[in-house]
Design a protein around this ligand. Structure first.
Ligand code: AMP
Ligand code: MG
Length: 360
């Protein structure tokens, strides 16, 4: 079974939820880190942490529980793989009928549409017909025919989706959306908001390695964040950040195999084909939606996409294979990399004039 199916299946099958709650002393006097770890959240596992005065640990336990409920709520609404989610219902609907959506789902769809413009079309949640086409191709172990590819490309377009004040409507029955490249970031931001509004001293929400942290860390002044080695066990680099979001899109980690060849789970909307598999992208941004979107978009755009990054968004690209690869990062990302720097790192030099639409 291709891995993609395993990941999708993980969302559908009700798994036994393993929950662990722990209490750790922090380096600051009289504070503790209340930690909750759970499995089967958005197809992966999550860690939630609240740093609080030691006499507030019971309250903090409720808060981290509430943050986890928030993660699960977003998954239930926005997973395209759950038939009874809002998105599942929208995707199954026929044309020309408005499907009511919650303000949250609508806000994520609007942000996704803005991201489509900002990334020059590389981030496109309307490419669900293409995602399904390649998923089926993995199941049948056969690359799609040119005509099937053309049909799926024609069906993947924002032109066919209208967002209204209270919902969304399709212009064609084949239009559908997949928020897999943004909903996790949104869920992490929402869960981190729960911790933030509870006035904890510091907080962390980590879902499968994508995370937000803020405030006082567990120990010391900065949060140590490990970037996994995309080629095997261990870490590639360690970051030290005062806060913000870190998301990784790893073509190595999630792929479909067809005819013995690996195909990425990320689609290049320009060609309708999977993006190059030999790439892992880690993005730091102020919020997880932005980091999530750009990690997916740069998986499509590669180094050429760095010039499109908005202010306060930093990236690290690992390009190549286990035996032959190089790393490239933005100057701002270099500043958050801990010593020793990973071997083969080059710091990207931004062009003096960023690309943009022609004014002529
Ligand atoms: P991520 O792991 O955050 O990069 O998200 C990858 C997921 O986003 C895929 O599994 C698809 O559900 C979805 N996706 C694939 N290609 C794209 C794309 N070009 N733009 C937006 N979402 C995509
Ligand atoms: Mg993403």
């Amino acid at each position: 079974m291709p891995r993609e199916q395993l990941v999708g299946g993980g969302l559908i099958v009700a798994l036994i939820v393993l929950v662990g709650v722990g209490l750790w002393k922090t380096s600051a006097p009289h504070t503790v880190a209340v930690v909750r770890q759970s499995k089967a959240v958005m197809g992966t596992s999550c860690t939630l942490m609240a740093i609080v005065p030691s006499n507030e640990s019971v309250h903090a336990d409720q808060i981290v529980h509430e943050a986890e409920t928030t993660l699960r709520g977003v998954e239930a609404r926005m997973s395209a793989w759950l038939n009874d989610s809002e998105l599942g219902r929208f995707n199954a609907a026929g044309a020309s009928r408005e499907i009511p959506l919650s303000p949250e789902t609508l806000a994520v769809l609007r942000t996704a549409r803005q991201a489509w413009t900002q990334t020059g079309g590389a981030f496109d949640v309307t490419c669900r017909p293409l995602i399904e086409l390649w998923r089926d191709a993995g199941r049948r172990d056969m690359v799609p025919t040119d005509s099937a590819l053309d049909r799926a490309r024609a069906a993947s377009s924002w032109d066919d989706i209208e967002l209204t004040a209270t919902g969304a409507a399709k212009r064609t029955a084949t239009a559908s959306v997949d928020l897999g490249g943004i909903a996790k970031g949104y869920a992490i931001d929402q869960a981190a908001d729960v911790l933030w509004h509870a006035c904890v001293d510091g907080g962390l929400v980590d879902v499968g390695g994508d995370l937000v942290c803020f405030g006082r860390p567990h120990h010391g002044h900065d949060w140590p964040i490990d970037v996994k080695n995309p080629f095997g066990p261990g870490i590639l680099a360690r970051l030290r950040i005062g806060g913000g979001a870190v998301c990784t899109s790893g073509n190595y980690a999630r792929f479909t195999q067809i005819g013995g060849r690996r195909y990425s789970h990320i689609i290049d909307p320009r060609t309708g084909r999977p993006a190059d598999v030999a790439l892992s992208v880690t993005v730091w941004a102020l919020d997880a939606v932005t980091a999530d979107v750009w990690a997916t978009a740069l998986s499509v755009l590669r180094e050429q996409g760095l010039a499109r990054l908005p202010q306060s968004v930093e990236a690290l690209l690992v390009v190549g294979t286990k035996d032959q690869h190089h790393l490239i990062c933005t100057p701002g990302f270099r500043l958050i990399l801990d010593e020793p720097l990973p071997a083969g790192l080059r710091v990207w030099k931004p062009p003096s004039i960023a690309p943009g639409p022609s004014q002529d």
